[in-house]
Design a protein around this ligand. Structure first.
Ligand SMILES: Nc1ncnc2c1ncn2[C@@H]1O[C@H](COP(=O)(O)OP(=O)(O)OP(=O)(O)O)[C@@H](O)[C@H]1O
Ligand SMILES: [Mg+2]
Length: 292
């Protein structure tokens, strides 16, 4: 593993208290209360539009709160000054649906940005123009190798496939070693073997000292997490261990998806609205359609 354990004091605890978010008068999150302990590993599931990405965005103060409070690492996030907010954000590692990489830069430099985030302006400029220093280069190399992209360090990120870009985002987390990881559909563009690799890497990173929230569409992958939270129309519809996630619970969580089930190949599975053909799943989300 490329990352070495960080002190457990770095691990971030999260608390949402009756959090509501509205867009143009329409509720995206309603009265969400969640307590997430340091180092917990959470899968967040729910139909497209249920509010999963919005929930993640509240944890970096990237959306306006209608009401409620968000406490991240002991800080009332929405009450922080801009400077303190940036300090907290640097301890949060994110993989968004649209990877948030810089396409013109090489995979290696993108991965090194995990560390650059903690540097001052001069260090950042240096890394951009001269490349990362020797120590950082070693860590970037190890991270890319770990994730199966050892030969791609010098390749422009824009020239990598979607799944490879996804993995560069994971390598960046390995370099950053954040106390809280927010991964929004990290398996959306990767094949089953890579899914396994990315999943193991995220769980490993978390065991090294990070709270982990992963938002995903595949219920079977969600079952690999000790705790599953389901959103339905912006509200928490399930919160518990995967053993309690019965077919009945799933039917409630994906209630409005039942309409499309006649054409499904797996009518017994409430989440089978997404077409399944062999190992390829086609999923339609707000941020686009992805095949994986
Ligand atoms: N910036 C925005 N402006 C307006 N509406 C938004 C915005 N972001 C989200 N929404 C709306 O809020 C609701 C929740 O969206 P969100 O992206 O959180 O869903 P999701 O569960 O992540 O869905 P998916 O699985 O498709 O990614 C949706 O109805 C969406 O259209
Ligand atoms: Mg989303």
């Amino acid at each position: 593993m490329a990352s070495s354990p960080k002190s457990s004091s770095n691990v971030i605890r999260v608390l949402l208290e009756e959090v509501s978010v509205e867009f143009d008068g329409v509720a995206a999150l309603g009265d969400v209360t969640l307590q997430i302990g340091a180092g917990e590993q959470l899968a967040v599931i729910g139909a497209s539009g249920a509010g999963k990405s919005t929930l993640f965005r509240t944890l970096t103060r990237s959306v306006t709160l209608g009401s409620g409070r968000v406490i991240v690492g002991g800080h009332d996030l929405y009450a922080l000054s801009r400077r303190r907010l940036n300090e907290v954000r640097r301890r949060i590692g994110t993989i968004y649906q649209a990877y948030n990489l810089v396409p013109q830069l090489s995979a290696g430099v993108n991965a090194s940005l995990g560390e650059v985030g903690e540097m001052g302006g001069l260090g950042t400029l240096r890394a951009f123009f001269a490349g990362p220093d020797a120590g950082l280069s070693e860590r970037v190399k190890a991270a890319l190798e770990e994730i199966g992209l050892g030969d791609k360090a010098g390749v422009r990120t824009a020239d990598l496939s979607g799944g490879q870009q996804q993995r560069v985002a994971v390598a960046r987390l390995m370099v950053q070693r954040p106390g809280l990881i927010l991964a929004d559909e990290p398996f959306a563009a990767v094949d089953p073997v890579t899914t396994e690799r990315v999943l193991e890497t995220l769980l490993h990173l978390s065991r090294d000292g990070a709270t982990l929230l992963v938002n995903l569409h595949d219920v079977e992958v969600a079952r690999r997490f000790p705790r599953v939270v389901a959103l339905h129309e912006g509200r928490v519809a399930f919160d518990g261990p995967p053993e309690r996630l019965t077919a009945e619970e799933l039917a409630k969580i994906y209630a409005e998806d039942l309409h499309g089930m006649e054409n499904s190949q797996n009518p017994g599975l409430p989440y089978a609205r997404h077409g399944t053909e062999g190992s390829i799943r086609v999923t339609e989300g707000r941020d686009g359609v992805s095949a994986h």
